[in-house]
Design a protein around this ligand. Structure first.
Ligand SMILES: Nc1ncnc2c1ncn2[C@@H]1O[C@H](COP(=O)(O)OP(=O)(O)OP(=O)(O)O)[C@@H](O)[C@H]1O
Length: 249
């Protein structure tokens, strides 16, 4: 089987007496969407923050793209190709869609393209930016200021900016939050195609989206993974039904 892109082993993180992440081992394989679900306070965000490098684990290891990144800073992980849309909400509200994606491309190339007013005239950059914008379903909105976008369009802009980072992995923390049914279903279609570009670790409460997208699901309860499996396996798991899915299972 192909090597996982991301592996966590026995990750632990406590806040005082509370074990927010308790012995978490999981992996993300090429081409897959691995969803992380669980009740409020189960430790999903704490786990994502450790993977992104915003919180240091008390113990355990994280490997990404063949390297031990456990002690690397968030910026170093981003440079290795870890794209986090929530974090990439460095969307500049007064800049246009095109300008924001060009900025993201320039950031990826460590400013090798010179002054911003000049890079906007660089066809290599604007053409590449337009491609990412199209892949994120925002064609035609290039000249729109970010602040004037709808909620769903802004999510798409964040994805276009993440695509500009040549990601090896997407960390998506509740991308469906705040979207209506139609917006969530559109974004589900977009994420479905995105897994070809890079695998996705998806934290999401919207179970329609999770069941539609996930190749595998891990269920966190009180910081522990109580089950990992396919959608069918998770839906049929009695412990998961009791702990999380309840009547909806
Ligand atoms: N900085 C912190 N200091 C103290 N306790 C924290 C801190 N961050 C999180 N916690 C606690 O750790 C536990 C896990 O929180 P976390 O936000 O990771 O859960 P979650 O599964 O993401 O929840 P939600 O679905 O509501 O976003 C919770 O009990 C929370 O109160």
């Amino acid at each position: 089987m192909t090597e996982p892109i991301l592996t966590t082993r026995s990750l632990r993180k406590s806040f005082g007496a509370l074990a927010a992440t308790d012995d978490v081992s999981l992996d993300l394989r090429p081409g897959e969407i691995h969803a992380l679900i669980g009740p409020n306070g189960a430790g999903k965000s704490t786990l994502i923050k450790q993977i992104a490098g915003e919180i240091a684990p008390d113990s355990g290891t994280i490997h990404f793209a063949g390297q031990d990144i456990t002690t690397k800073h968030a910026a170093a992980r981003a440079r290795l190709g870890m794209a986090r849309t929530y974090q990439i909400s460095s969307v500049a509200p007064d800049f246009t869609v095109l300008q924001n994606v060009v900025l993201s491309l320039v950031a990826r190339h460590h400013g090798a393209f010179g002054l911003f007013r000049n890079v906007l005239k660089d066809r290599r950059l604007t053409d590449a930016a337009r491609e990412h914008i199209a892949r994120a379903g925002l064609s035609g909105r290039e000249r729109q200021r970010a602040t004037d976008l709808s909620h769903g369009e802004r999510r798409r802009l964040e994805i276009a900016m993440a695509l500009a980072q040549s990601p090896k992995l997407f960390l998506l923390d509740e991308p469906m939050a705040g979207l209506g049914t139609e917006g969530a279903s559109e974004l589900t279609g977009l994420l479905d195609g995105l897994r070809q570009q890079a695998p996705i670790l998806l934290v999401e409460h919207d179970m329609d989206a999770v069941f539609a997208l996930a190749d595998r699901i891990s269920v966190l309860v009180y910081g522990r993974v109580i089950a990992t499996g396919t959608v069918a396996e998770i839906r049929a798991n009695a412990e998961v039904r009791t702990a999380y899915l309840g009547e909806d299972a």
